[in-house]
Design a protein around this ligand. Structure first.
Ligand SMILES: [Zn+2]
Length: 283
């Protein structure tokens, strides 16, 4: 299935307590668009809100109508990226008084009145429970939600179907990300509902694959450094020889996230060079 699948259904009911409404924002970074989930048997909790595409709220209302629901009871967000919280404004205009919550962490640009979700909070819905799990790495404020009734995880952008997660320079952190994946592994998980793409039936398999993929990259980078290839552009050329040049900048971001992780672990060092790429070395 292509990452940007034009035939990806706009709405779906993957289980008795989970409904999905697409954010209608397809693209390179979002695949078919951002999934938003309605969770519960009545008065559903809405997880994420899309980017704020005007057609999203009417689509959500149509789906609510099909299920015999009037409105979401509240909104909980996985993280602050625009394609997850951008729909808050339109939703509040349509459903006045709608509570919105997320883990507030290094946030300086949130819509007004967003409530904080604290470590240890449990979110009760109708017939469902959402246990927030702090999972920084893709974003420093990221929460996944575990639903014990179905042994399901809502993973936001931490685990995706059809793509690897991006670790953005700046707010992203690969060392934290790996710890977050391992934290998810401590839960008894079957399914994963991710923010992009279809349901992942084998949740533990996918998480293990993600960890393995990063460890493989790390080995390649250490090997390349060992061969004396010491700048990010040169490493990208070597490691990503088979991918188109236009994707090399994104690949460079990935290599950089690995080098920063290795530096935090004391395994590599960086020498900053004026007007040229940094030189990296094994410690
Ligand atoms: Zn994101």
């Amino acid at each position: 299935m292509p990452w940007i699948d034009p035939d990806f259904p706009h709405t779906a009911t993957p289980s008795d307590v989970v409904g999905r409404v697409l954010g209608l924002n397809p693209g390179m970074m979002t695949g078919p668009g951002t999934n938003t989930y309605l969770v519960g048997t009545r008065n559903p909790i809405l997880i994420d809100t899309g980017i704020g595409v005007p057609d999203y709220v009417p689509l959500l209302e149509r789906y609510l109508g099909e299920r015999g629901w009037a409105r979401p009871s509240r909104v909980v967000l996985t993280h602050r990226h625009k394609d997850h919280l951008g729909g808050v404004k339109d939703l509040r205009a349509r459903f006045p008084g709608l509570p919105v919550a997320k883990r507030i962490h290094r946030d300086d640009d949130l819509p007004e009145g967003v409530e904080n979700i604290r470590e240890g909070d449990v979110i009760e819905g109708d017939g469902v429970t959402l246990v927030p799990i702090y999972t920084p790495g893709h974003a420093s404020d990221h929460l996944c939600y575990y639903m014990p009734e179905e042994k399901a995880l809502f993973t936001g952008d931490v685990v995706l179907s059809g793509s690897t997660s991006v670790i953005p320079a700046g707010d992203g952190d690969l060392l934290d990300y790996m710890a977050s994946l391992r934290r998810l592994q401590t839960y008894d998980v079957r399914r994963i509902y991710s923010a992009h793409g279809p349901v992942i039936e084998d949740g533990p398999g996918r998480i293990a694959e993600y960890i393995e993929h990063r460890l493989l990259r790390e080995r390649q980078i250490l090997e390349t450094l060992g061969d004396g290839v010491d700048t990010i552009p040169a490493m990208v050329k070597r490691i990503y020889a088979e991918i188109p040049e236009k994707l090399h900048q994104m690949a460079g971001q990935s290599v950089e996230s690995h080098l920063k992780k290795l530096m935090r672990e004391g395994r590599v060092s960086e020498t900053v060079v004026k007007d040229a790429p940094s030189r990296w070395a094994l410690v």
